[in-house]
Write a protein that binds this ligand. Structure first.
Ligand code: 5GP
Ligand code: ZN
Length: 117
């Protein structure tokens, strides 16, 4: 999709530090890491957000979680990790191409929101 930064990363038009790639999925290091390990796992196909997952395109989401499990071993996240998807304005999604944050390497806080409910 034109002007989508993650489509451009998937196409190799914008450089990224890749940690995994296959025909349908790419994982790369987040530019602004929020944990010692912070990678983004994306479908190469443009899906705008989690609200756009449907019967037609959901297989790639299952595959993304298979990749995450494999990466957890390769990135030595044996003590656990967190997978986050921000969706839409309230979810604070800033890039409108479906992506899953995989965070690890330190103990996380919970709940994840800071401001008033
Ligand atoms: P969101 O806020 O949409 O859930 O997450 C978008 C993430 O993409 C942010 O963590 C941000 O640091 C990351 N990001 C934005 N632009 C780029 C980029 O050009 N390269 C990389 N590697 N990460 C990016
Ligand atoms: Zn895109």
């Amino acid at each position: 999709m034109a002007d989508c930064i993650f489509c451009k990363i998937a196409a190799g038009e914008i450089p990224s530090t890749k940690v995994y790639e296959d025909e349908t999925v790419l994982a790369f290091k987040d530019l602004d890491p929020q944990a010692p390990t912070h990678v983004l796992i994306i479908p190469k196909e443009h899906i705008a957000s989690a609200a756009d997952i449907s019967t037609e395109n959901s297989a790639v989401v299952a595959h993304i979680f298979e990749v995450a499990a494999k990466l957890s071993r390769e990135l030595e996240l044996d003590n656990g990790f967190r997978i986050v998807n921000n969706c839409g304005e309230d979810g604070m999604q800033s890039v409108q191409h479906l992506h899953f944050h995989m965070l690890g390497g330190k103990k996380m806080g919970w709940p994840p929101y800071a401001e008033e409910k």
